[in-house]
Design a protein around this ligand. Sequence first.
Ligand code: ZN
Length: 204
Amino acid sequence: MISRFRAPGFVFWAFAFVVVARSAFAHPSVVVIDPGHGGHDRGGIPGLGLAEKEFTLDTAKRLARILRSRGNTKVVMTRDNDTFVSLSARTAVSNQYSRANAVFISIHYNAGSREGAYGIETYYNNRRAYYLAALVHPRVIQAMESIDRGIRHRGYWVLRANRLPAILVECGFLTNQSEANRIRDARYRDRIAKAIAEAVLSFG
Ligand code: ZN
């Protein structure tokens, strides 16, 4: 008799747990956004008219705004103005969240010695980060209708000294005339931020 009355209650609580667990763990609770360069470090290559640091900050702010508007995601930025932040300071910020369900996204724009270089590439340093890269990269390529330069393994400091799943997205070449023209358009930066946000929110 008792078990017959208890069964529906158990089913209810099991269902409730699944619903709560899904909403709590379905996507990262913290996203650390790292706009590349800043301050005296303009990024890019010598002689490049466009300052990479400005485009990285602008894109990062757009990404932050989108993530914050989607509810219960905490957004942390390694810089939110034009100041120099060392690489170790960037990973120190990130590593504070190593016990949280958190991810790290570094935003950069590329510079090539060859003017023809065009497209987007995503870097990672370990297996957990690869899963994140494999979600973000194709989504970005599709949204931007850009050239896929691949998901690449690299030992960049902000990736290898990071305890979070960490990726670095090179969002296009400032040294390519036509790609730079696209990047200068705020709509490009908004679209790439949106694509990254959607992919990040599906990670978990
Ligand atoms: Zn850079």
